[in-house]
Design a protein around this ligand. Structure first.
Ligand code: ADP
Ligand code: MG
Length: 228
């Protein structure tokens, strides 16, 4: 039997106050696949990721993530998703090592996993500095470590390479790239790179789905049109 989809959304909507930030999102992502979400600033990309991460509850529709229905089973989903968001979700006065150890304890993991990730992302020389003293690129590497620490089967990546130079982007590739073997949802503003690294593409405009399909059937012009 084929695996159940990693994500199944039907008519999912979410508003902030009176304003709808996301309307009628209906998308299925098979286990192991990558979904890229395109759309201009304010289109609803981060809102959708927050719904999947169980940080926001949908106001309409039904959502199931890794076989668990939201919001009823959100506690079960939380342990199985890794979110990389704009705000790095780190304690700024703590060091990278302290942040990762803290997070490891929450997931009942030992300290070795944190050390292994600090080494893999070449953060060891700065591992004991408060993260508020790190450059945006280094901070992003710590945030990646935090997102994958508990080895989540589903990664939610909000513009994961935004602050990274090519060398740093390469460094985190084994952790968040396709080779990580995880199901991934990635937001991107790069039509060529985004389509190349994903199996499915979703385009949002003013909170509504303007584009959806396999990346093999979507060309860059259709993605660019979202931004006009
Ligand atoms: P994107 O990630 O595509 O830039 P967002 O999901 O962040 O878009 O935002 C979608 C819409 O919701 C925008 O109009 C934005 O201003 C609004 N919005 C986002 N977060 C909040 C919030 N915390 N409170 C009120 N409105 C918000
Ligand atoms: Mg956003």
């Amino acid at each position: 039997m084929a695996d159940a989809p990693a994500i199944e959304l039907t008519g999912v909507g979410r508003r902030y106050g009176e304003r709808w930030a996301l309307r009628d999102a209906t998308v299925t992502v098979p286990a192991g696949a990558t979904l890229v979400i395109f759309g201009p600033n304010g289109a609803g990309k981060s809102t959708l990721l927050r719904v999947l991460a169980t940080l926001l509850r949908p106001h309409t529709g039904t959502a199931s993530v890794l076989g668990e229905e939201l919001p009823r089973r959100e506690w079960a989903v939380r342990g199985k998703v890794g979110l990389l968001a704009h705000d790095a979700l780190l304690y700024r006065d703590l060091s990278a090592r302290e942040n990762l150890r803290f997070h490891a304890r929450l997931h009942k993991l030992g300290e070795e996993r944190a050390e292994q990730l600090l080494e893999a992302t070449r953060l060891l020389p700065r591992a004991d500095d408060p993260v508020r003293t790190l450059s945006r690129g280094l901070l992003q590497r710590v945030a990646v470590c935090r997102a994958v620490l508990h080895d989540p089967p589903l990664l939610l990546l909000d513009e994961p390479r935004a602050n990274l130079d090519p060398a740093a982007a390469e460094l985190i590739e084994p952790l968040i790239g396709r080779e990580s073997g995880r199901t991934r949802v990635i937001t991107s503003h790069d039509p060529v790179g985004g389509l190349a690294e994903a199996d499915l593409a979703l385009g949002l405009r003013n909170g509504s789905q303007a584009l959806l399909g396999p990346t093999s059937e979507i060309d860059t012009a259709a993605v660019e049109a979202l931004y006009r």
